[in-house]
Design a protein around this ligand. Structure first.
Ligand SMILES: [Zn+2]
Length: 119
Protein backbone atom coordinates (compact mmCIF):
# COMPACT_ATOMS: atom_id res chain seq x y z
CA UNK A 1 0.00 0.00 0.00
CA UNK A 2 1.45 3.36 -0.96
CA UNK A 3 1.66 5.89 1.84
CA UNK A 4 -1.11 8.33 2.46
CA UNK A 5 0.31 11.83 2.47
CA UNK A 6 -1.19 15.23 3.03
CA UNK A 7 -0.54 17.55 0.14
CA UNK A 8 -1.07 21.24 -0.25
CA UNK A 9 -1.97 22.81 -3.54
CA UNK A 10 -3.73 25.63 -5.26
CA UNK A 11 -4.43 27.58 -8.39
CA UNK A 12 -1.85 29.59 -10.32
CA UNK A 13 -2.48 33.01 -8.81
CA UNK A 14 -2.79 31.70 -5.25
CA UNK A 15 -6.36 32.74 -4.42
CA UNK A 16 -7.53 29.12 -4.19
CA UNK A 17 -5.64 26.92 -1.72
CA UNK A 18 -6.39 23.42 -0.50
CA UNK A 19 -5.07 20.45 1.45
CA UNK A 20 -5.79 16.86 0.52
CA UNK A 21 -4.73 13.47 1.78
CA UNK A 22 -4.07 10.80 -0.81
CA UNK A 23 -1.68 7.99 -1.70
CA UNK A 24 -1.77 9.10 -5.37
CA UNK A 25 -2.07 5.42 -6.26
CA UNK A 26 -4.71 6.13 -8.87
CA UNK A 27 -4.21 9.18 -11.07
CA UNK A 28 -6.24 9.26 -14.23
CA UNK A 29 -5.16 9.75 -17.78
CA UNK A 30 -8.74 10.22 -18.91
CA UNK A 31 -9.98 10.49 -22.48
CA UNK A 32 -13.17 12.48 -21.81
CA UNK A 33 -13.75 15.84 -23.47
CA UNK A 34 -12.84 18.07 -20.53
CA UNK A 35 -9.82 16.10 -19.29
CA UNK A 36 -8.46 16.11 -22.83
CA UNK A 37 -8.97 19.82 -23.41
CA UNK A 38 -7.68 20.86 -19.99
CA UNK A 39 -4.97 18.24 -19.63
CA UNK A 40 -6.52 17.16 -16.32
CA UNK A 41 -4.97 14.39 -14.27
CA UNK A 42 -7.34 13.55 -11.46
CA UNK A 43 -7.13 11.66 -8.21
CA UNK A 44 -10.36 10.99 -6.33
CA UNK A 45 -10.54 11.55 -2.57
CA UNK A 46 -13.32 11.34 -0.01
CA UNK A 47 -14.71 14.77 0.93
CA UNK A 48 -13.29 14.47 4.47
CA UNK A 49 -9.82 14.11 2.98
CA UNK A 50 -10.06 17.44 1.20
CA UNK A 51 -10.10 20.88 2.78
CA UNK A 52 -10.50 24.13 0.90
CA UNK A 53 -8.23 26.51 2.82
CA UNK A 54 -8.77 29.67 0.81
CA UNK A 55 -10.66 30.93 -2.19
CA UNK A 56 -14.23 29.72 -1.72
CA UNK A 57 -15.45 33.12 -2.97
CA UNK A 58 -13.11 32.99 -5.98
CA UNK A 59 -14.44 29.74 -7.39
CA UNK A 60 -16.33 29.67 -10.64
CA UNK A 61 -18.37 26.55 -11.25
CA UNK A 62 -18.67 24.79 -14.59
CA UNK A 63 -20.95 21.86 -15.38
CA UNK A 64 -21.67 20.05 -18.62
CA UNK A 65 -23.20 16.86 -19.95
CA UNK A 66 -25.16 15.21 -17.10
CA UNK A 67 -24.13 17.93 -14.62
CA UNK A 68 -22.98 15.42 -12.00
CA UNK A 69 -19.50 16.94 -11.72
CA UNK A 70 -19.10 20.55 -10.63
CA UNK A 71 -15.74 21.74 -11.91
CA UNK A 72 -14.25 24.52 -9.77
CA UNK A 73 -12.11 27.12 -11.48
CA UNK A 74 -10.36 30.14 -10.04
CA UNK A 75 -12.20 33.21 -11.30
CA UNK A 76 -8.91 35.12 -11.48
CA UNK A 77 -6.40 32.77 -13.16
CA UNK A 78 -8.77 30.12 -14.57
CA UNK A 79 -6.97 27.10 -13.14
CA UNK A 80 -9.21 24.20 -12.11
CA UNK A 81 -7.95 22.85 -8.81
CA UNK A 82 -10.73 20.37 -8.07
CA UNK A 83 -14.24 19.25 -8.89
CA UNK A 84 -17.10 18.14 -6.70
CA UNK A 85 -18.71 14.97 -7.95
CA UNK A 86 -20.81 11.94 -7.15
CA UNK A 87 -20.27 8.28 -7.72
CA UNK A 88 -23.11 6.36 -9.38
CA UNK A 89 -24.34 5.29 -5.91
CA UNK A 90 -24.59 8.93 -4.81
CA UNK A 91 -21.46 9.00 -2.63
CA UNK A 92 -19.82 12.40 -2.77
CA UNK A 93 -16.27 12.56 -4.03
CA UNK A 94 -13.68 15.24 -4.69
CA UNK A 95 -11.69 15.06 -7.91
CA UNK A 96 -8.38 16.79 -7.28
CA UNK A 97 -6.39 18.06 -10.25
CA UNK A 98 -3.04 16.49 -9.40
CA UNK A 99 -1.21 19.08 -11.50
CA UNK A 100 -2.17 21.74 -8.92
CA UNK A 101 -0.43 20.01 -5.99
CA UNK A 102 2.51 22.10 -4.77
CA UNK A 103 5.80 20.94 -6.23
CA UNK A 104 4.32 18.02 -8.15
CA UNK A 105 6.38 16.52 -10.97
CA UNK A 106 3.87 14.90 -13.31
CA UNK A 107 6.62 12.93 -15.05
CA UNK A 108 7.07 10.89 -11.85
CA UNK A 109 3.37 10.03 -11.46
CA UNK A 110 2.02 6.73 -12.70
CA UNK A 111 -1.05 7.44 -14.81
CA UNK A 112 -3.98 5.04 -15.04
CA UNK A 113 -5.90 5.11 -18.34
CA UNK A 114 -9.54 5.98 -17.71
CA UNK A 115 -12.26 5.67 -20.33
CA UNK A 116 -14.30 8.68 -19.26
CA UNK A 117 -15.45 9.31 -22.82
CA UNK A 118 -17.64 6.22 -22.78
CA UNK A 119 -19.14 6.54 -19.31
ZN1 LIG B 1 -6.15 31.67 -9.26
Amino acid sequence: MPDQRTFTGGCHCGLVRYECTSDLAMVTACNCSICTKKGLHITFVEPQRFRLCAGEDSLKEYKFNRHVIAHQMCSECGVETFARGQKPDGTRVIAVNVATIDGIDLSTIKMTPFDGKNM
